[in-house]
Design a protein around this ligand. Sequence first.
Ligand code: ZN
Length: 493
Amino acid sequence: MNRRLFLQSAAGTVAARSLRHADALSMSPQLDKMIGLQVGAVSFADEGVAKVLDECQNSAAINTLFVATFTYGRGIAGRQVPGQPLPDHGNQTYDTDTFFGGAYTKVNAKYYANTEFKSFRAPDLGDFDVLEQVIPEAKKRGMQTICWYEDVFRRDLPNVEKLEEVELSGRKAVTLCFNNPNYQNWLQDIAEDWSRSYDIDGIMWGSERQGALSNMLGASHGHPDPSTVTCFCEFCYAKARAKGINPERAKQGFLELEKFVLASRKGARPVDGYYVQLWRLMLRYPELLAWESLWTSSLREAQKAIYDRVKSVNPKLGVGWHIWHNNSFNPIYRAEQDLAEMAPYSDFLKVVIYHNCGGERMVDYVDSLGGTYFADVPKQELLNFHYRILEYGNEADLAHLAATGFTADYVFRETNRARQGLEGTKTKLWPGIDIDIPTGKASAKSTPAGTKAAVLAAFRGGADGVILSRKYSEMKLANLRAAGDALRAAGLA
Ligand SMILES: [Zn+2]
């Protein structure tokens, strides 16, 4: 469908879709026509709660705030990423020296009796409690508040080492282990703290990580050193043994795979080629796959436990998950995101479908993978292969993809695929839409027209709502307003 026809049909499709989902939506009225925005505490502290809420409501018809209540990452908290142009609102200086991260709410010690990780209040904004400040003002405007936290930590925190994963090298990782009871409990405890301490509408958690196999192969945008893949801790070993997986064989397999990856990145071609050699290793060490699955199933158990804990406090609260952008690039990671399997413990899913930065990230993924098990395949061919198997349409070639980004058609296709994956479930589909996510100097930048097309494409693909991402402090108002224009044009606002 060409662009003109697509725009003409979008409004009608949305109306039909709204009717079809009316029954399911009426069961949880707080989730009806969800127009969400991710926003960090610093925006409220810098610009004032009322001003930010009025701007978001007037510009983009936002009815739900995804407030970054906990993270040590700059992706969803803090001001603009240093080095990127500051947007046309907010404090016009970078917070390079003041950003630290943590919980932007009070920490009620009584909820953390079963974890050794107890000290994680963000120092950045003093005593500022973002939920205490925002919820009353949001309610006045008919807006909902969802706590948004993510799986990002730092090493310099009291007791955090007791929760850390163990890398293949034997060193402690900066990431925390889903099989460590201290982390399992903490993930649930903080959700309970927010659920009991504030009049919130829900909780969203995200983990932008994957298992050791995909990680070691470099199958993501941005790839780690092979020796740092995880997790090889005592809790993972015990869990593996209970499931009949031999952890020593797994570790041995990963050490062999590490040699292969390091040699591949230097261009040392195995006699039978890179792809065949990977298969030889996987056949010799089926534990490589077993270890990958163990990691992912542990992530799913963590999600289910958070869901159950929040529901035990208040069944009316919505609980859902942010699904990492790697779902758009790596077929192995995509295979691990079985939406129907997740549905029983997911009131909603934010599937990341960031079109603009998606181009640059896909190029990075292809570059990385083209250095390991697909090193025999020219990179343009490797990109075409992924377009084919991931069912993308006519996206740009490798030389131009970073500069153009993905099109709105990618947003449509990915939303539609997720919709089909959720068929027959009650889980709401809220794609994450890219507004001004930082990219390299020569890479695509968000525009009002591109933002508008992406929002319309999500609804045309069957979305129940959208989450404008990643954070208000990096968004230009013109692009936010374009999202609002699209929503109003589609009769959703
Ligand atoms: Zn572990």
